[in-house]
Ligand binder design. Structure first.
Ligand code: CUA
Length: 354
């Protein structure tokens, strides 16, 4: 006689197994389709450029080795469980017990050691290949500073400061033009991660970390902060915009210019300079030289606001200036308590910063 408890356990086990199987099938089939439709989701299995490709090749090697081990172990287990299951008519005696087998014990000791040895060698080689790569003379040098919750992006050799969107030239196998990033933090630990371009590198206060990317295909690559850094960690997004040959120089020239000074929006400009906006933001060529928030010199050349919190549209910019806390709760930009008219004037001024 089975107790009710045993029946309940058996019943929940059966359903747990079914649910796990369904979830597994769902994860394999449905999730990638949804992810592709959303468009904002990136993929570690679509690497572009050397570091990401090296890491991806290595990952696939490890996954294949693990899959083979899994199939062998699970296969033997399933075979044993079915082949030697309890059958009607069994005599109830304990089967013969076997103790010690030198061959089997040697095999299951030596084989795993060899596998681990090979994997650690490949790991060491992959890490060394990426970390020790010397920057070629044509490499672009960029400093990325993590802030709560946005990225400051500086091009010291080009005299450009921008935010949240890293522009780089496309690299080329014949003439590599990688971008070397120096990573700094202004406050807490962050982590810079653009899955299609390279691995994660932590951004740590009082420590300079290095990484590099060498994307070959022009386009936009999405990334995010990968180390929990406070309330808005999830809205600390990165965009890497890879320009085809020639186009990067055009972007550089546009960014090197001082901010536009359009007399038609003088009212908004004057208002902006009379508020505490200037204590936090820099606008090149003006007296605004705050360092706490993102540089606004070419604000309108950026695709997003608030480090990816919203697309940089007229409507969202208005909502952002109206009350940044609505779009990105907890961020350090305060609600400036502007009247509707003041807000319109400031937004009109900001929209000339192209
Ligand atoms: Cu910065 Cu998480």
């Amino acid at each position: 006689m089975k107790s009710p408890l045993q029946s309940a356990i058996r019943f929940s086990r059966a359903w747990f197994a079914r649910a796990s199987f369904l979830y597994f099938v769902f994860a394999l089939t449905v999730t990638p389709a949804v992810a592709d439709d959303a468009g904002g989701v990136t993929n570690i299995f679509k690497p572009d450029g050397t570091p990401a490709r090296t890491i991806s090749d290595y990952t696939i090697l490890v996954l294949v080795i693990c899959a083979v081990i899994f199939i062998i172990v699970a296969g033997l287990l399933v075979y044993t469980v079915t082949r030697f299951r309890r059958r009607a008519g069994d005599d109830g005696h304990e089967p013969p017990q076997v103790y010690g087998s030198n061959q089997i014990e040697l095999a299951w000791t030596v084989l795993p050691i060899l596998i681990v040895f090979v994997l650690s060698l490949v790991t060491a080689r992959t890490i060394a290949e990426i970390q020790n790569a010397p920057p070629p003379p044509k490499a672009l040098q960029v400093t990325v500073v993590g802030h709560q919750w946005w990225w400051e992006i500086r091009y010291p050799e080009l005299g450009i400061v921008t935010a949240n969107e890293l522009h780089v030239p496309a690299s080329d196998a014949a003439e590599p033009r990688p971008t070397f990033l120096k990573l700094e933090s202004a406050d807490v630990a962050h982590s810079f991660w653009v899955p299609q371009l390279a691995g994660k590198t932590d951004v740590i206060p009082n420590r300079d970390n290095q990484m590099w990317i060498a994307p070959m295909t022009p386009g936009t690559y999405l990334g995010n902060c990968a180390e929990y850094c406070g309330t808005q960690h999830a809205r600390m997004l990165i965009r890497v915009i890879v320009h085809p040959p020639g186009e990067f120089e055009t972007w550089v020239a546009a960014q090197q210019r001082d901010a536009a000074n359009d007399m038609q929006v003088k009212a908004g400009r004057d208002l902006f300079f009379s508020t505490s906006c200037v204590n936090c933001h820099t606008i090149k060529g003006t007296e605004a030289n705050g360092k706490f928030g993102p540089d606004l010199t070419h604000l309108m050349s950026r695709e997003t606001l608030g480090s990816g919190a919203a697309l940089n549209t007229a409507e969202k910019l208005r909502a952002w200036v109206r009350n940044p806390q609505r779009l990105k709760e907890g961020c350090y930009m305060p609600d400036m308590q502007l009247t509707d008219e003041e807000m319109d004037q400031i937004v009109r001024y900001l929209q000339t910063l192209n």
